[in-house]
Write a protein that binds this ligand. Structure first.
Ligand SMILES: *Cc1c(COP(=O)(O)O)cnc(C)c1O
Length: 465
């Protein structure tokens, strides 16, 4: 048997081990980080490792790795396993193309372009639109910022920044906005963080007031990042109202939909993106709500000329055949680029847009199961709002940080905490569409039984002291 066939057989064997184990042990045994290198043999040495040992160390590593596809993983903004997407990703690894040219990617170029074209249509961008697949949502935001910067300061590409550019985002937006401002040469001091209202949405009146003040002070307002699904609360900034302002003052409007932009597939929830067709760019992560393997991020640009302006560069050693429309490297950040499109395409192709819609709606349905449970149970305090798949709560007077850490350390369930304004709470994310309502209710049972067994978690409140 050829080596690759043998290794694929081994892959199947290991996959079987992992998937069976997930049934019985939905949370992996935790290895203390300080013990890691003593617990598993991760060492690299001069000598080759023989087949049986190799297999057993791989199997050991698989079983010890945090399990993100099971019904007790709720920690971050991804989870579960859409198997048709996994299939596509495995094929992409086997094919190993780089997406920069038609010469080496062939039909994969068309696959990427089809996803981009369909997505642009769904959000109402016109025929001049296009996009690309960056390495993630942070990079999508970065590419948007660079385009916004170059649109405002056209000499920037050749001379470096020549104007005092200022950018805007809400206090609740993703931290990549701050990092990107420094990468883009704008500087962290030149971001204005706009307040959010009680539900976590950017307050447009404050945005406008800040823009007016910056103009008076000689600054050049350049770019607004609006968020479709803030990282903690899952709030949607009011895109339409923000677009009124960006159009009035001629700023680039980017909509960061990394978390919840995928509602574009749902008739029921799409209205949260109202006005998105007025934005200059929009991004969403198929590796979050749509359950494709990490990473799969898409940025769409209303006028593709901007992608070209900011990211093209001639390279005679690379672009040797076919036109720019087929040589995707002309509009990407990096040179060699992984095929992140195929896994999303295999999912979309197999379930149809209707299937994607069901995935999205299912997550909100699961969130509603959690919300109902919390609202009907006086032991819980709710901090999040309707229409969000991030359900934020506290249980009795248990400290959420201690609770989440203990649940993880005792391998009960994996869930994280978050903060909004002055409150800190458990953030339970119902993003795994392969879960059922039963799994959601089971999470609460696990949590309650755990607190029952560990009464020390019930902290003594200051009042009762
Ligand atoms: C997750 C997230 C990002 C970052 O995406 P990555 O793919 O993790 O880089 C950006 N914005 C928001 C709102 C997010 O939730």
């Amino acid at each position: 048997m050829s080596t690759i066939k043998k290794d694929l057989a081994l892959f199947n064997e290991l996959a079987e081990v992992l998937i069976n184990d997930e049934q019985h042990n939905p949370v992996a045994k935790r290895i203390e980080s300080s013990q890691l290198f003593d617990s598993i043999d991760l060492s690299l040495s001069e000598e080759a490792m023989i087949d049986e040992d190799f297999k057993s160390v791989l199997s050991e590593i698989l079983l010890a790795t945090p399990k993100t596809a099971t019904n007790l993983f709720f920690n971050q903004l991804f989870g579960g396993r859409q198997s048709k997407a996994v299939l596509g990703d495995l094929l992409a690894v086997l094919l190993n193309n780089s997406m920069y040219t038609y010469k080496v990617a062939g039909p994969q170029v068309g696959i990427e372009q089809e996803i981009i074209k369909k997505s642009c249509q769904l959000i109402g961008y016109g025929p001049k639109s296009n996009g690309t697949f960056p390495t993630g949502g942070s990079m999508s935001n970065y590419m948007a910022l660079v385009m916004g910067r170059d649109a405002k300061d056209q000499d920037c590409r050749s001379k470096g920044m020549t104007k005092p550019l200022i950018i805007y985002t809400s206090v609740e937006s993703h931290y990549s906005n701050a990092k990107n401002a420094s990468f883009a040469g704008i500087g962290r001091d030149n971001i204005r963080f706009i307040d959010a209202d009680d539900e976590g949405k950017m307050i447009p009146e404050q945005l406008e007031a800040q823009i007016v003040e910056d103009i008076l002070n000689g600054g050049i307002p350049t770019y607004v990042n609006a968020t479709a699904g803030t990282t903690v609360l899952g709030a949607f900034d009011p895109i339409d109202k923000i677009a009124d302002i960006t159009e009035k003052y001629n700023l680039w409007l980017h909509v960061d939909g990394a978390y919840c932009g995928s509602v574009l597939f749902s008739k029921k929830y799409k209205h949260h993106l109202k006005g998105v067709e007025r934005s200059n760019s929009f991004s969403y992560n198929a590796h979050k709500m749509l359950g494709t393997p990490l990473t799969c991020s898409i940025i769409l640009v209303r006028d593709k000329q901007h992608l070209h302006n900011s990211f093209n560069n001639d390279a005679s050693y690379l672009y040797q055949t076919d036109g720019d429309d087929f040589n995707l490297g002309k509009t990407s950040f990096q040179c060699g680029r992984r095929n992140d499109a195929l896994k999303f395409w295999t999912l979309w192709k197999s379930v149809g847009s209707k299937g994607l819609e069901q995935i999205i709606d299912q997550q909100f349905d699961l969130a509603n199961v959690a919300l109902d449970y919390i609202r009907n149970n006086p032991d819980y305090t709710l901090y999040s709002f309707d229409n969000s798949i991030g359900v934020c709560f506290n249980y009795k007077n248990v400290d959420p940080k201690a609770l989440c850490t203990a649940l993880y350390e005792q391998k009960e369930t994996v869930v994280g905490f978050g903060s909004f304004k002055k409150d800190t709470f458990v953030r339970f994310v119902t993003i795994n569409a392969t879960n059922s309502p039963k799994d959601i209710l089971n999470f609460f049972k696990v949590l309650e039984a755990f607190v029952e067994k560990n009464p020390n978690l019930l902290k003594v409140t200051e009042l009762s002291l």
